[in-house]
Write a protein that binds this ligand. Sequence first.
Ligand code: THU
Length: 170
Amino acid sequence: MAAESVFSLFETPNAIWHLYGAAQHARVEEASSLMEQLVMSSREARGRAYAPYSGFRVGAALRMDGEPFSGSNIENASYGATLCAERVALAAAVDEGHRHLELLAVSTSAEPNTPPGLRSPCGICRQVASEFASDETLVILDAGTASDGRLQAEVATFDWLLPWRFNLGH
Ligand code: THU
C-alpha cells in the first residue's frame, strides 16, 4: 500500500478500503458490500486467466446498470493480440446493452501490497472504460488479504485514475 498518498481509510468488518481522489466515505459505505462481492469475483476471474506467456494473471469484475460482469486476460502467441481482463469484462457488458460503468474491480497475480501501478488497469483499458465511466465510477484495486483476514484494496474515482480524459462531448 502506498501509504504516503492515501487520502483516507474506510474500514468495515470485511474490508479495508484505501480511498483516493474524490472517493467519498458516504459513497464507499453505500457501495461497500457490492465492492466486496466484486473483488471476490475479480479474484475468481483471475483464476480463469489464459496467460501462458507472461504468467501474469488478471481478473476484472464490474457492475454496469446494476448487473455484474467479469473477465480475465486472454493472451496470444502473437503477443499484440492479447486481450486485457478489463476489456474482456467491458466487452461482455457493453455487448449486452449496458452503458453505465458503476464499479470496476481488478485483481492481478502481483504480490499483495506491491505499488498500485503493478495492479491497476493499463492506459488502453482506462481509455476504453472511460467511454462508459462517470464521475461516480469507482475503480477498486485488489491489494490482497490483510493479516486479520479482511480484504484490502485501493479505491479511486475514475477522474483520479485518468484525469482530463479524452471525450467528444457526448
Ligand atoms: N493485463 C491486463 O489484463 N490488464 C491490464 O490492465 C494490464 C495488463 C494483462 C495483459 C497480459 O496478458 C498481462 O497482463 C501482462 O501484461
